[in-house]
Ligand binder design. Structure first.
Ligand SMILES: [Cu+2]
Length: 316
């Protein structure tokens, strides 16, 4: 898993006093992403489609910083690309025409911003037509961990996963048709339809895993361009939900949570401790679920200890 946080304290030595009186250090975190337009596998049987990506994957690399860090960002538009591109970090408060402006193939752009709001945010391309750039795969997740750290209301999870739902259109669908959702064919879960669902797709070889009773945290982002996602864990209940991933926005015992386009949230599920179980994490809008938007979370005592731990948040 690409995990772009670096722990260099160089440059910025700003002490941040948290509400609890604890002291955290703000870091400057260098993040460099290159836009790559390429053929990419979009399902479990190996079908490819021309996608536009940050760093060659859909979603792009997870960026993870802590509240108060300065993100030192450089975007490069590969000279082999055909299109102008840009970067819109939803975790940033800047100028849409300045920092978020587009650059041509062969150009680079640098800007910084302070990640002052904790949570889970989408980043995406904002170049015209935005409908085409996002739905061809130009999106990813930035997690801003709260400076207060964990607490009783925001406990440390045993496993963490990132799930991003995006659109799949028929190859060759125009920007205008994408904007109107014409020729829509399915939901990409971390870049593939039914990516983690061996129940509905015999070619699927991956699932999310946990041991019985573990607290599993999902950072969920809806990158679909026109439609909300109705996130529900079949055979489970969201123990806690933090809207936008901010620990202050807490709800308990939720069944289905609506996630608008270009929004994110953090949810915890705690499967039973006394048995092995399965949950189907779905976008409960049936056309979304039945066209790719289902993820199986398996719990067993033999769960892979590497999954959902140590920065291994996106299972590929
Ligand atoms: Cu773009």
């Amino acid at each position: 898993m690409r995990h772009l946080r670096t722990l260099a304290f160089a440059g910025l030595f700003t002490a941040i006093a948290g509400v609890s009186g604890s002291v955290a250090w703000a870091d400057t975190v260098p993040v460099k992403l290159t836009v790559v337009e390429k053929e990419l596998v979009i399902d479990n049987k190996g079908t490819t489609q021309k996608m536009w990506t940050y760093g060659g994957t859909v979603p792009g690399p997870v960026v993870r910083v802590k509240e108060g860090d300065v993100v030192d960002f450089t975007l490069t538009n590969d000279p082999k690309n055909q299109n102008s591109h840009s970067m819109d970090f939803h975790a940033a408060v800047v100028d849409v025409l300045d920092e978020f402006g587009e650059i041509k193939p062969g150009e680079s752009k640098h800007f910084t911003f302070s990640a002052d709001h904790p949570g889970v945010f989408i980043y995406h391309c904002g170049a015209s037509s935005m409908a085409e750039h996002i739905s061809r795969g130009m999106y990813g997740v930035i997690i801003v961990d709260p400076k207060e750290g964990y607490s009783k209301a925001f406990p440390k999870p045993d496993r963490e996963y990132v799930l991003v739902h995006g659109d799949l259109f028929e190859a060759g669908t125009s920007a205008e048709d994408r904007a109107m959702n014409n020729h829509w064919t399915g939901v990409l879960v971390n870049g593939k339809v039914f990516h983690y669902d061996p129940v509905h797709d015999p070619n699927a070889g991956l699932t999310l895993e946990a041991a019985p009773g573990e607290r599993v945290r999902l950072y969920f982002v809806n990158a679909m361009i026109n439609e909300a996602a109705a996130l529900h864990p079949i055979a489970g209940i969201w123990d806690r939900v933090w809207d936008n991933g901010n620990p202050k926005n807490i709800r308990y015992g939720m069944q289905t949570v609506e996630v608008p386009p270009a929004h994110g949230l953090t949810v915890d599920i705690v499967p039973p401790a006394d048995r092995a179980t399965n949950n189907a994490i779905v976008d409960h809008r049936m056309k979304h679920a039945l066209n790719g938007g289902i993820t199986v979370l398996m719990t067993s005592k033999s769960a892979d200890p590497a999954k959902g731990r140590d920065g291994n948040l996106v299972i590929r």
